[in-house]
Write a protein that binds this ligand. Sequence first.
Ligand code: BGC
Length: 443
Amino acid sequence: MLIAIVIVAALFGMLFGFDQGVISGALPFIKQDFTVTAFMEGVITSAVPLGAVAGTLLAMVTTDRYGRKPMLILGAVIFLVGSLISAFAFNQYVLTLARLLIGVGIGASAMTAPMFLAEVAPARIRGTIVSAFQLMITIGIMISYMSDAAFGGSGDWRWMIGVGVFPSIIALVGILLSPETPRWLTLNSNADKARDIIVKLQPESSDAEVDQIIAEIKESAKDEEAAPAWSTFLKKGILPVTSFAMIVFVLQQLSGINAIIYYAPEIFKNAGFSGTTTDLLATVGIGVVNVALTVVAMYLVESMGRRKLLIMGFFGTAASMALVTVATMMDIAATPYLAMIGIFAFIAFFAVSLGPLPWLYMSELFPLRLRPRGMALASIANWFFNFIVALLFPELLAGIGIVGTFAIFTGFCVIGIFYAIAVAPETKGVTLEEIEQRTVAAD
Ligand code: BGC
């Protein structure tokens, strides 16, 4: 039963990735069907991260009251309806609204699904199960690129996007069949039902062990009773954690990752490649590298440690972005190939470090009592800057060109090097309780 539930919750990560990535290959064809200005291109693309800001807030205020399962059911319905409306959209405004809706589903499930996973998983495998969620996001992005490439020949953007309907249906049926989390049930005075579910999730546990799990949930809930005031996040001991969790996401986004995730075929065209099929295939390559290096990251965060990996990631992404900038500035025969190498290297360094690390840090650094709201603050920083980059990128490309735009990304990656060296903490091998002690001690 546990495996089935984990697959269902992880499917939300895949849907998240799918809906993030699918626009890249669809956009060139959407532009042929509707008259789309550079600004409108940014609006259509950035509607998803903008909706996600709202979805994060929605999940934050409702999951505690109504439960994790209803929020995920709503998320799946939103994905389904949003994908259908986008596939049938008769103009760019309907498409934008549908993507805004999908964004709400993404934001809400990006908050709720990891929480759901953490709460159904037995403690000993929690870390692996939760980090599998980020992996599923990258797999979703890769599948969306494949869908784009498959329908690229016919130029059918409606099918590229419409394919998202199928995983939405599977996720919806799956979550309807899944139970609510034992943790939420216990906290909402339904310990008996929670007990039944724990027995089904962990059939190997004895009665005494099940009792202990319930007792632990009740005990940990004492600390969480009152949601902390927002002003707590500005207190002396907590402010460094709050600002680090948010700034590392801001830098993750300003590195330019989503300019590539959303607009890769367009970037390849600007770098001198011709032919939509080549662009779409190169984009599939990006998706594959992103998945492969995310798997590597799951090992490196433990062996190399978070801090070193983050510093290395900023060095690598800065160098790769610099290569794209210099290559496009030179405008020689080798320019498209050098730019392509730069972009692939960027994705590799990102996936192994800047991609997963901010998510890991945000789930480790906040003391338990502050964790839900702290994670919401960090996620909002992530989505908001994702929105800014997605909105402005086409205009920047049209205005200052590819050289200037990538020079800006290089600049932010360089800032990241200094920032990471100055403040990035090491949390490898330290228990969450010890991290909490450090924060409290600094208070
Ligand atoms: C970022 C997303 C990005 C994805 C790419 C995540 O860590 O937050 O904005 O699209 O990585 O794999």
